[in-house]
Design a protein around this ligand. Structure first.
Ligand code: OAD
Length: 251
């Protein structure tokens, strides 16, 4: 016998999901929690405990000490490399296979949605596994790191940095526009594992709601009253999402 908790989902939510032509999803750090990836703030343990992320994830910090910021991201990238997608990531792949149009908008920089097999992924905050030139944002595939000096592009000499959005930087405009269009045009909008406090991502569920679209929140730590257009599915995404897929499509 399985010791998995049994979830009861509202019947009208299952019907809406089965009938949906376009499902849009916003994910945040909570989706990767069950893969063992600490959230932004929890990440500062051990060696990095004395640093404040606000003082590392900015252009100013990088300009002041590129080597320090590079090392922090190398450490985080290694942790991401050791992690695997969890059942929440895989359940989203299943949903994408079953609805005609699916848009996955993520604030996570760990690339786990791609690794799980999701196809239509918008990475609003970039991807920690990619590196780009500080001077002109061109992605660079190869570089040399002697473990001491700031790492530079072998072609132009520009400093190299992670391809993520730092505090104070603008989100990639096209990605944001595509995400907003999905929020406006979808039939159901999911907000999964995000505190939805950091703009402009946080405004996406509101945008969907303003268009009368049902919004589903998956989070173990949110207390809200469900209504006909707002569904709160309280619990870890790695349990809720596979159960929802099972209840909707029997898989
Ligand atoms: P947060 O760390 O702010 O929120 C994580 C949310 O996940 C919380 O609401 C938790 O309750 C929830 N959570 C925890 N475990 C969960 C689980 N197993 N299943 C489902 N939910 C769970 O992370 P984000 O909302 O992603 O920005 O933060 C957004 C942005 O703020 C980040 O991308 C980063 C940060 O500043 C930049 O780096 C630009």
């Amino acid at each position: 016998m399985s010791d998995r908790p049994v979830y009861e989902f509202p019947a009208d939510l299952i019907e809406k999901l089965r009938a949906a032509r376009h499902v849009a999803v916003l994910t945040g750090a909570g989706v990767s929690a069950e893969s063992g990836i600490p959230t932004f703030r929890d990440a500062l343990t051990g060696l990095w405990a004395k640093y404040d992320p606000m003082t590392l994830a900015t252009r100013e910090a990088f300009q002041e000490n590129p080597r320090l910021v590079w090392e922090w991201y190398t450490w985080r990238r290694n942790r991401v490399g050791e992690a695997d997608p969890n059942p929440a990531h895989y359940a989203l792949v299943e949903i994408e296979r079953r609805v005609p149009h699916f848009t996955l908008i993520t604030q996570n920089v760990d690339g786990l949605h791609h690794r799980a097999g999701s196809v239509h992924v918008i990475e609003l905050h970039g991807n920690i596994t990619r590196v780009k030139r500080f001077d002109d944002d061109v992605i660079v595939e190869r570089w040399e790191d002697n473990g001491l000096d700031p790492v530079r592009c072998p072609d132009t000499g520009s400093l190299l940095r992670p391809d993520v959005v730092w505090f104070g930087e603008l989100l990639p405009a096209e990605a944001l526009q595509t995400a907003q269009a999905a929020a406006v045009n979808c039939d159901i909008f999911f907000t999964i594992g995000t505190a939805a406090m950091v703009e402009p991502a946080a405004s996406l569920p509101r945008l969907a709601m303003n268009y009368g679209t049902p919004v589903v929140i998956v989070n173990p730590a949110v207390t809200l009253r469900s209504s006909s257009s707002l569904y709160l599915l309280k619990g870890p995404a790695g349990q809720i999402l596979p159960a929802l897929v099972q209840a909707t499509w029997g898989v």
